[in-house]
Design a protein around this ligand. Structure first.
Ligand SMILES: Cc1cc2nc3c(=O)[nH]c(=O)nc-3n(C[C@H](O)[C@H](O)[C@H](O)COP(=O)(O)O)c2cc1C
Length: 343
């Protein structure tokens, strides 16, 4: 039995700092972590004060974001030479007892960190994704029309499969259909007071944009779309000053991918979140710009229409936009001391 390595507060803090670079809906960062030094276990909890109630009433997106943070943590652990054994939805740990913060709920995941028994074992391939962690940002810029080569598409499909998800590149016909469905969602959102209130809460303009530790700052909204089919959420809305900025043409044939899972339970959402981040990091490492779009999936009456009728994909969890273009902008994260407790 390998002994748990001594992972001190500094290393636990560094791992969590990496994990929190993950994407989350509206950059709400709906996670917190607890490190139990004695057992070298890191637990991931949902921070439900950071749910986005109108857009994400079932907390699907919350789980997707937490899954993405979990995958990033696994990459950081691999980079640090640690093996990470992950249990999803493990239930409360009666033996170690929960901290005040965690007493009321069970973790979403428990990660046990160990040093590999033989230091000469082949390095975990996830470590290769580490440099992409801090290079990956959502890009809301126009991409050019260069197609993503077949070998990269295949590697991205394989990355999703490794995490128990399916990545599908829809046919041109299906992309057009998807864009119509997303447009329906955009129109519906523009009239929905609750969803607009969520957007107001998580977007920051003016001096706020430079000081907030979460949400989407104005400088990451991207330019306003003049033409093109790319689905880019309009964070600026109709009334923000940013709406006045110059509009630009986006790609007419966006390269979209659907990421899905066979079922639609909390555990599937966590798997899908991990798969999404694995795909995003590999895409970043392969020189692609990436973005996510979930608007159509946030409407139960539109979500079913996103599925490819000819594929066996069960539930679509996210739509990715991939291509060659400007990298996205780095957005703020809360300090690790706010999201990590160490015992
Ligand atoms: C479940 C989920 C849904 C998202 N939906 C959208 C979206 O519809 N439009 C968009 O521009 N970004 C979307 N994002 C990306 C987030 O806005 C982004 O991750 C966050 O603002 C942090 O920025 P970063 O990805 O550049 O680190 C989504 C992210 C997640 C995890």
């Amino acid at each position: 039995m390998p002994q748990p390595p001594v992972i001190d507060a500094t290393l636990a803090t560094a791992l969590v700092a990496d994990a929190t670079t993950a994407p989350s809906l509206h950059n709400a960062q709906p996670w917190r972590f607890r490190y139990v030094t004695r057992t070298a276990t890191l637990e991931l909890y949902a921070d439900r004060r950071r749910s986005v109630p109108h857009v994400d009433p079932l907390e699907r997106a919350l789980h997707l974001g937490c899954g993405a943070a979990l995958f990033t943590l696994r990459v950081a652990a691999a980079h640090a030479g640690l093996a990470a054994e992950v249990r999803l939805l493990p239930g409360p740990d009666a033996e170690s007892g929960l901290s005040d913060a965690g007493r009321d709920e069970a973790p979403l995941a428990r990660v046990t960190l160990t040093a590999p028994p033989d230091p000469l074992t082949t390095p975990d391939p996830l470590a290769a994704l580490y440099p992409a962690i801090r290079r990956r940002h959502t890009s809301r810029q126009p991409f050019d029309d260069t197609p993503v080569p077949p070998d990269i598409r295949e590697a991205l499909r394989e990355a999703a499969a490794q995490e128990g998800a399916t990545l599908l590149f829809p046919s041109p016909w299906h992309v057009q259909h998807l864009l119509n469905v997303i447009r329906d969602a955009e129109w519906s959102d523009a009239e929905d007071e609750g969803r607009l209130a969520d957007l107001d809460e998580w977007t920051h303009t003016g001096p706020d944009a430079d000081s907030a530790a979460d949400g989407i700052p104005e400088y990451a909204f991207g330019p306003r779309k003049r033409s093109g089919g790319a689905p880019v959420r309009d964070f600026a809305g109709r009334h923000h000053p940013a709406a006045e900025q110059d509009s630009v043409a986006f790609e007419s044939q966006p390269q979209l991918a659907l990421l899905g899972t066979p079922e639609d339970r909390a555990i599937d959402w966590l798997r899908a979140g991990q798969a999404t981040q694995r795909v995003l990091l590999l895409a970043t490492a392969s020189g692609l710009a990436t973005a996510l779009t979930s608007q159509a999936l946030e409407h139960e009456d539109l979500r079913w229409a996103v599925r490819d009728p000819q594929s066996a994909m069960g539930q679509v969890q996210l739509v990715l936009r991939l291509g060659y273009g400007p990298a996205g902008t780095s957005t703020p994260r809360r300090r690790v001391s706010e999201v990590l407790s160490i015992e």
